[in-house]
Design a protein around this ligand. Structure first.
Ligand SMILES: NC(=O)C1=CN([C@@H]2O[C@H](COP(=O)(O)OP(=O)(O)OC[C@H]3O[C@@H](n4cnc5c(N)ncnc54)[C@H](O)[C@@H]3O)[C@@H](O)[C@H]2O)C=CC1
Ligand SMILES: CC(C)CC(=O)C(=O)O
Ligand SMILES: [Mg+2]
Length: 350
C-alpha cells in the first residue's frame, strides 16, 4: 500500500485536487491518502508556507499530489514567507530536478487552441525542464547602486553535473519517443547557456540514435507557434522551461490541460505531481477551474511513482473520452463546472 500526500494549497488548488482525488478513489486501488497544509493556507494556519509537518509528510510519502500555491493577499510578504516558497522548497528538499511537462493535442480540442486547428492537431511533445537550479535558486538580493538607485539581482548558474543529469533525462525520453531532442538555451548571449550546450553535446555521444538540435529560446518560442508539431522532446533550464510550457499549454487548448511530474531520478521513486498552472485567483471559488491537468497529474503519479501503467492509462483514456463527449470547462469554451468536468471523467472511467 502506497502513501499519497495531498497538498492542495491555495486558490483553485483545492478545487482541482478534489476532482483528481475523486478519480483516484474511483479506481478502487489500495492506497492511503494524507492531506497536508501548504502555501498561503499553511501560512495562515501555522505561520509558514512549508511547515515542518508538511515537509515531514512529503519525505514520508511515496508520491505527492500537489494543487497550486499563491495568494495575492500575500504578495507583500518577504520572499521567504510567500506561498510560492512552498513549491520551490519542496522541489529543492526532495531533489526534484527533472520536471516532465507533456503537451498533447486531445482529439476534439483543436478549436480551443490559440493556433489554427491544422497547426495544433500535430502537437505531441514533452518539455523536460530542469527544476532545482538556474535563476530560481541562484544567489539573489537587493541593494543600491553607487548612485543610490535601488537594484536587484538573481544569479543564473548551472554546474556541469546539473546539466548532464537533466540532459540524460531528455535523451532517455527522446529515445523512447520519436528520437528527436531539441535543447533550448540562449548560448549566443549567456555563459551559463554556453556551458549547457557544451555538456548537452557531450551527453549526446552516448545517444547516437537521438537527433539533437540546439535552439535559442527566442526562436523556440516562435517555432512553438509556427510549427509545434516539429517538436518531440525539448530539454531546457528552469526559467525557459517555465515560460515555454505555459505557452505550449495554449497551443493545445488551455493551461488547465497540462499536467506535470517532478522527479528526482529517471524512474522516480518519490515524485511530486502538479498541474503546470498556478492558483488562478481570478477564478478561484467560482467552480470554473478546469481539473483535467490535476487529474492527468494523478495519472502521471501512478505511472512514474507507483509503476501502475494500467491505471494511468485508464485515467488518460477517461479524460480523452470526456473531452470527446463534449465536456468543456469555460477555458475550453464550454460551461461545465469543475465538479461537472470531474463527473464527466468519472463517467468515462472504464
Ligand atoms: N506551481 C504553483 O503552485 C504555481 C503557482 N503560481 C502562483 O499562482 C498565482 C497566480 O499566478 P498567475 O500568473 O495568475 O498564473 P495562473 O496559472 O494561476 O493563471 C493564469 C491564467 O490562467 C487561468 N487558469 C489557470 N489554471 C486554470 C485552470 N485549471 N482552468 C482554467 N483557467 C485556468 C487563470 O484563471 C489565469 O487567467 C501566483 O501567486 C503565482 O505565483 C503560478 C504558477 C505555478
Ligand atoms: C514557483 C512557481 C510559481 C514557478 C512556476 O510558475 C512553475 O513552476 O510553473
Ligand atoms: Mg509556471
Amino acid at each position: 500500500m502506497a502513501l499519497i500526500a495531498i497538498l492542495a494549497g491555495d486558490g483553485i488548488g483545492p478545487e482541482v485536487t478534489t476532482q483528481a482525488r475523486r478519480v483516484l478513489d474511483a479506481l478502487g486501488l489500495d492506497h492511503q491518502f494524507e492531506d497536508g497544509l501548504v502555501g498561503g493556507a499553511a501560512y495562515r494556519a501555522l505561520g509558514h508556507p512549508l511547515p515542518p509537518q508538511t515537509l515531514e509528510l512529503a519525505h514520508r510519502a511515496d508520491a505527492i499530489l500537489f494543487g497550486a500555491v499563491g495568494d495575492p493577499e500575500m504578495d507583500g510578504l518577504e520572499r521567504t514567507l510567500r506561498p510560492e516558497q512552498a513549491i520551490l522548497g519542496l522541489r529543492k528538499a526532495l531533489g526534484l530536478f527533472a520536471n516532465l511537462r507533456p503537451a498533447t493535442m486531445f482529439p476534439g480540442l483543436e478549436d480551443a487552441s490559440a493556433l489554427r486547428p491544422e497547426v495544433a492537431r500535430s502537437i505531441d511533445m514533452v518539455i523536460v525542464r530542469e527544476l532545482t537550479g538556474d535563476v530560481y535558486f541562484g544567489d539573489k538580493g537587493r541593494g543600491h547602486t553607487k548612485m543610490g538607485l535601488r537594484e536587484g539581482h538573481d544569479m543564473m548558474r548551472y554546474d556541469e553535473a546539473e546539466v548532464a543529469r537533466i540532459a540524460r533525462v531528455g535523451f532517455e525520453m527522446a529515445k523512447r519517443r520519436k528520437k528527436i531532442l531539441t535543447s533550448v538555451d540562449k548560448a549566443n548571449v549567456l555563459e551559463t547557456s554556453q556551458l549547457w550546450r557544451e555538456i548537452v553535446n557531450e551527453v549526446a555521444l552516448d545517444y547516437p540514435e537521438v537527433k539533437l538540435t540546439h535552439m535559442y529560446v527566442d526562436n523556440a518560442a516562435m517555432q512553438l507557434v509556427r510549427n509545434p508539431g516539429a517538436f518531440d522532446v525539448v530539454v531546457t533550464g528552469n526559467l525557459f522551461g517555465d515560460i515555454l510550457s505555459d505557452q505550449a499549454s495554449m497551443c493545445v487548448g488551455s493551461i488547465g490541460m497540462l499536467p506535470s511530474a517532478s522527479l528526482n531520478e529517471w524512474t522516480g521513486t518519490c515524485g511530486l505531481y502538479e498541474p503546470i498552472h498556478g492558483s488562478a485567483p481570478d477564478i478561484a471559488g467560482q467552480g470554473k477551474a478546469n481539473p483535467c491537468a490535476a487529474i492527468l497529474s494523478a495519472a502521471m503519479l501512478l505511472r512514474h511513482s507507483l509503476s501502475d501503467e494500467a491505471s494511468a492509462q485508464r485515467i488518460e483514456a477517461a479524460v480523452i473520452a470526456a473531452i470527446g463527449s463534449g465536456a468543456r470547462t469555460p477555458d475550453l469554451g464550454g460551461s461545465h463546472s469543475t465538479t461537472a468536468m470531474g463527473d464527466a471523467v468519472l463517467a468515462a472511467l472504464q
